[in-house]
Design a protein around this ligand. Structure first.
Ligand SMILES: NC(=O)c1ccc[n+]([C@@H]2O[C@H](COP(=O)([O-])OP(=O)(O)OC[C@H]3O[C@@H](n4cnc5c(N)ncnc54)[C@H](OP(=O)(O)O)[C@@H]3O)[C@@H](O)[C@H]2O)c1
Length: 254
């Protein structure tokens, strides 16, 4: 078969709208199998191809900060780095920092303090804990070089985004999962766009994670309609790259 690599459709320059006044404009990016699973043997490793990873770096070129849930940091490590000099130069030409700010949200405060998220000098990073986080865990986080902010447990995702926008100047935020963090953001109506890579693989199983997880199944009126912005097949890898805009109201027509 003649396999021609595709050029990703402008992902390096998404031309994103201005953010709302009280939070960043929020993108979610995930790779899932053709049967909708986001992990194999406990992590996303092996699901996305090098082209998908290039797409992730291209998306990072557009944002001020990259966010992960604590479980993703524990299982996969988290880094906002681009590892691409041309993309870093492009960020600088756009007036952005060389590397986005790394951000993690935790309730337990139980984070891997010996990983690059805490030890690297190559990027700045910020930890959000909640007022339900135990004092001992907070103390250990505060002993690291990373600033720690405590937000109200009841309103953690919105309070975190408010602080990112108002205190840290984050206008565009890329959330790279995992499923429960994505679920909280969707639940609070805080997601503007959704990038999904469909990987050419069936994972199966009855408990593996999907891109968005909440405590229960939504009713139809609680679903978030999506409007397709682009769908690009990659004949080189058999992946499909989907970009959706999230409707501003639940349950309505896209
Ligand atoms: N396929 C992909 O694209 C992709 C991308 C990313 C991750 N993953 C995979 O997804 C898995 C992790 O997903 P996950 O759903 O289990 O976890 P997750 O969303 O990465 O992290 C969940 C954790 O984040 C913190 N958190 C989330 N919402 C919070 C809130 N409202 N208030 C306070 N803390 C909050 C809590 O941390 P504490 O537990 O510290 O309290 C919570 O347990 C990993 O296996 C990873 O490999 C796949």
């Amino acid at each position: 078969m003649n396999r021609t690599p595709v050029t990703l459709p402008g992902y390096v320059n998404l031309d994103l709208p201005d953010p709302p006044a009280d939070r960043p404009y929020v993108l979610v990016n995930m790779v899932m199998s053709a049967d909708g699973k986001i992990v194999i043997e406990g992590t996303e490793a092996g699901l996305g191809s090098p082209s998908d990873q290039a797409l992730m770096r291209a998306l990072r070129t557009n944002v001020d900060a990259v966010l992960n849930g604590a479980s993703t940091l524990r299982k996969s490590g988290s880094s906002p780095e681009l590892d691409d000099e041309a993309l870093e130069a492009l960020r600088i030409a756009r007036g952005l920092g060389r590397t986005p700010l790394g951000v993690v949200l935790t309730r337990s405060g139980d984070l891997p303090l010996d990983t690059p998220f805490f030890t690297s000098d190559a990027f700045e990073a910020l930890v959000f804990a909640t007022d339900a986080t135990a004092e001992g865990a907070l103390g250990r986080l505060r002993d690291t070089p990373r600033p720690v902010e405590v937000v109200p447990e009841a309103d953690a995702p919105a309070a975190m985004l408010r602080s990112l926008r108002e205190q840290h100047g984050v206008r565009w935020l890329l959330c790279e999962g995992g499923a429960r963090l994505n679920g909280c953001l969707f639940d609070a109506g805080l997601v503007d766009e959704c990038f999904i890579t469909v990987a050419p693989r069936v994972v199966g199983g009855d408990v593996t994670l999907t891109p968005v997880r909440g405590p229960r199944l939504a009713s139809f009126a609680e679903t978030w309609p999506l409007r397709l912005v682009s769908a690009v097949p990659n004949p080189d890898t058999d992946e499909v790259y989907l970009r959706y805009r999230v409707a501003s109201e639940r349950g309505v027509e896209p």
